[in-house]
Write a protein that binds this ligand. Structure first.
Ligand SMILES: Nc1ncnc2c1ncn2[C@@H]1O[C@H](COP(=O)(O)OP(=O)(O)OP(=O)(O)O)[C@@H](O)[C@H]1O
Ligand SMILES: [Mg+2]
Length: 290
């Protein structure tokens, strides 16, 4: 199930994808960033902690019949290894979610050290991966707090839409509280602009505004609107397998390359060349305007 370790004893970097606003591109980013890192042959794990289980179904896994999911890992102390599945993408594993995670919030409240449950659950599997990506629900709930507490960094997707910055103050406030009390080394990996449409003045205004606010933390990569990104999940595939020549594929490979360049531990492997090469091939072959 797991890819053979190529760099033993290093701990995988844990990146949480969070924004309490709904529909901003968290799951699309989690699935496609994870798949793009796997293209670079980084040993990658995607963890779905949203009861909607969109990241799970987005990788073609039907969660309803699963008996071991993130719910059992967090609430019943089932070892994470037992719930992890191989995905349809080489080098990418999945720790799936399940609708019963809806009840987890309430159940977590009574558990000891309730903010550290995910951190402890992941300790035993960190060295099996180079990168672990966590897809959060659209809330600043105890589940999201657990993810932030367990993570090295947080990636914030921001949709190029009206009120893009609304709610970000609350998210940054939560991140600061986590840094002060639960996880002093939590970093902001970056802010990712999603659903960008260069023809719209609004999109460009949002880019300017977000850059003014977050400066260098904004990724150079802009994820443009691309219908292939919204179609791929219904086939249970990341976009790189659904339509390798789409702009969505290129955008997420470029994001992966940017993240690799920003992280010395990831730079030490040959993955950047593999990701960059896939990205270049796609531009050369791009035939559709989508
Ligand atoms: N770049 C894009 N181009 C076109 N459609 C997109 C793009 N990014 C996301 N979408 C679509 O927008 C919708 C919301 O995206 P997504 O599910 O990734 O957001 P989310 O933040 O995870 O939502 P939620 O808060 O409900 O978990 C989905 O239908 C998705 O397919
Ligand atoms: Mg989602």
């Amino acid at each position: 199930m797991l890819s053979p370790p190529n760099n033993q004893n290093t701990l995988g970097k844990i990146i949480t994808i969070a924004n309490q606003k709904g529909g901003v591109g968290k799951t699309t980013t989690a699935v496609n960033l994870a798949a793009s890192l796997a293209v670079g042959e980084y040993r990658t794990l995607l963890i779905d902690i949203d009861a909607q289980a969109n990241a799970t179904s987005g990788l073609g896994v039907e969660s309803k019949d699963l008996t071991k999911t993130i719910y059992e890992v967090l609430i019943n102390a089932v070892p994470a290894k037992e719930a992890i599945l191989a995905s349809n993408v080489p080098h990418l594993d999945l720790l799936p979610s399940h609708i019963n995670l809806v009840g987890a919030e309430v159940e977590l409240i009574d558990l000891p050290e309730r903010e550290y449950i995910m951190s402890k659950a992941l300790a035993s599997i960190r060295e099996d991966y180079d990168v672990i990506i966590i897809d959060c629900p659209p809330s600043l709930s105890l589940l999201t707090l657990n993810a932030l507490t367990a993570s090295d960094s947080v990636l914030i997707p921001v949709q190029c839409e009206y009120y893009a910055l609304e709610g970000l103050g609350q998210l940054l406030n939560t991140i600061n509280i986590v840094k002060r009390h639960l996880n002093t080394t939590l970093d902001i990996e970056g802010v990712l602009l999603t659903m960008y449409d260069g023809r719209l003045r609004l999109s460009n205004q949002v880019v300017a505004e977000v850059k003014k606010y977050f400066g260098e933390k904004v990724f150079e990569t802009l994820v443009t609107r691309n219908v292939r990104l919204s179609e791929a999940p219904s086939f249970g595939l990341p976009v790189v397998l659904y339509d390798a020549a789409s702009s969505g594929t290129k955008n997420y490979l470029d994001l992966a390359a940017e993240i690799i360049r920003r992280n010395p531990a990831l730079m030490t492997k040959d993955g950047l060349a593999r990701v960059a090469e896939s990205s270049t091939v796609k531009i050369a072959n791009e035939t559709s305007p989508s």
